[in-house]
Design a binder for this molecule. Structure first.
Ligand code: ZN
Length: 257
């Protein structure tokens, strides 16, 4: 079984299309959605329809999905994010809004030893950036008598991996796959300890690399594959500007920031 992992698409249909073309080449069986399908980008409805067409076997909502669905207010959003989410709400069909409304709060169990969340397993809105946050998340997820869990998360838009260690948490760094001409990065899935992994954002990367980021979890080979894909950034930017969305939503895509 190979799971395709998509997080933080944020209405960027150009990035999503490029990721799906790449993922089909690499092969996957089922899709997992880690939240924030909408917000920031100019194609929320197109993204929702494309994702529904993948028939994901598990999804969790993100904070932007929740606000766009009308479940919570945009009071904690900064001005530009609020302007973007209000635009998004106006530009969704009823079925698009219903699809967002139906996305559950994480964490969600996908398979034995595998779960997904948007921010952190203990709070869907919490950002896991460092080992302190990771330690809290890994401690949260220890289940008596059960094997350690791999928890996939998003929300920060920055690829990262952490593993439970005898004293706290270690940062895990994937290695370039020598057999892969696209220089995908590989991390072995160590089933003897808890792991927390973020493959990065499809639609608005913030790690300085503007390429779309996504992941594949290979359950049989026990490999976590971090992939980056070039996409048509120009078109995504033009659509954001033409929609009257805040200009920074377009300019940041070039910088991956
Ligand atoms: Zn996000």
């Amino acid at each position: 079984m190979r799971y395709l992992i998509l997080s933080d698409v944020h209405g960027n249909l150009q990035a999503l299309d490029a990721v799906l073309a790449d993922a089909r080449r690499c092969r996957f069986d089922e899709t997992l959605i880690l939240g924030d399908l909408v917000g920031y980008g100019a194609d929320p409805q197109g993204v929702i329809e494309t994702v529904l067409g993948l028939h994901p076997i598990a999804s969790v909502r993100g904070n932007h999905d929740r606000v766009a669905a009308g479940i919570s207010s945009a009071a904690d959003f900064h001005d530009q994010a609020r302007a973007a989410i209000e635009w998004t709400r106006r530009n969704l069909t009823a079925s698009g809004r219903q699809a967002l409304e139906a996305m559950p709060e994480g964490p969600v169990d996908v398979a034995p030893g595998l779960m997904i969340c948007h921010g952190a397993p203990f709070d869907e809105d919490h950002y896991i950036f460092d080992t302190r946050d990771a330690w809290r998340a890994l401690s949260f997820d220890v289940r008596e008598g059960e094997p350690p869990t791999l928890c996939l998360f998003g929300h920060t838009h920055v690829p990262a991996a952490f593993g439970a260690a005898p004293r706290g948490v270690s940062v895990l760094l994937p290695d370039p796959d020598p057999t892969d001409e696209d220089h995908a990065q590989i991390l072995p899935w160590d089933r003897t300890r808890g792991m927390l992994v973020n493959f990065g954002a499809v639609g608005q990367p913030r790690d300085g690399d503007p390429r779309a980021a996504y992941g594949i979890v290979d359950m049989d080979a026990r490999r976590l594959i971090f992939r980056r894909v070039d996409y048509d950034i120009k078109t995504a930017q033009q659509r954001i500007i033409a929609a009257g969305l805040p200009e920074r939503m377009a300019t940041r895509l070039d910088r991956g920031a």
